[in-house]
Design a protein around this ligand. Structure first.
Ligand code: RP5
Length: 163
């Protein structure tokens, strides 16, 4: 199956956040790959990855990074594909540094920016699914079903004291 979503991250230390992203992609049956691609430690690899992604069939890139998080922005600069940025929670500044590095792109090269940490990783996968759902009926069905189940779970457990 052709990989539709490329999940990249600046370091192996980002995996504990970004695995929440791939878990959702898995659940929705979206073919994806996960790679460590660092903007500052492996800049040539980043350029190669971003430049080749579209011709490899990738349709959305999700990029997680922490600290001076220029991975999503640099990736977006080298591809026309949509790039969704996940700010990883850094130890020094709790991810506010990551968030501001990713969100404040100058006009001309956008990156979609999600929430800091796990919520952002999960939502990046769901947003990628929404983008792909316009084209792929099976992904649309899986996404609608995921949301339906989420709603049903909340409605079935209205008492906050029970799990
Ligand atoms: C960024 O630097 C990575 O995305 C990671 O969040 C952060 C720290 O990386 P390590 O020093 O843990 O490898 O490039």
């Amino acid at each position: 199956m052709t990989i539709k979503v490329g999940v990249i991250m600046g370091s192996k230390s980002d995996w504990s956040t970004m695995e929440h992203c791939t878990q959702i992609l898995e659940k929705l049956g979206i073919a994806h790959e996960a790679r460590v691609v660092s903007a500052h430690r492996t800049p040539d690899l980043l350029f190669e990855y971003a430049e080749q992604a579209a011709e490899r069939g990738i349709e959305v890139i999700i990029a997680g990074a922490g600290g001076a998080a220029h991975l999503p922005g640099m990736c977006a600069a080298k591809t026309h594909l949509p790039v969704l940025g996940v700010p990883v929670q850094s130890s020094m500044l709790s991810g506010v540094d990551s968030l501001l590095s990713i969100v404040q792109m100058p006009a001309g090269i956008p990156t979609g920016t999600l929430a800091i940490g796990r919520a952002g990783a999960v939502n990046a996968a769901l947003l990628a699914a929404s983008i792909l759902a316009n084209k792929y009926p099976d992904i649309r069905t899986a996404l609608i079903e995921y949301r339906k189940q989420q709603t049903e779970t909340v409605l079935a457990n209205p008492d906050p004291r029970t799990t």
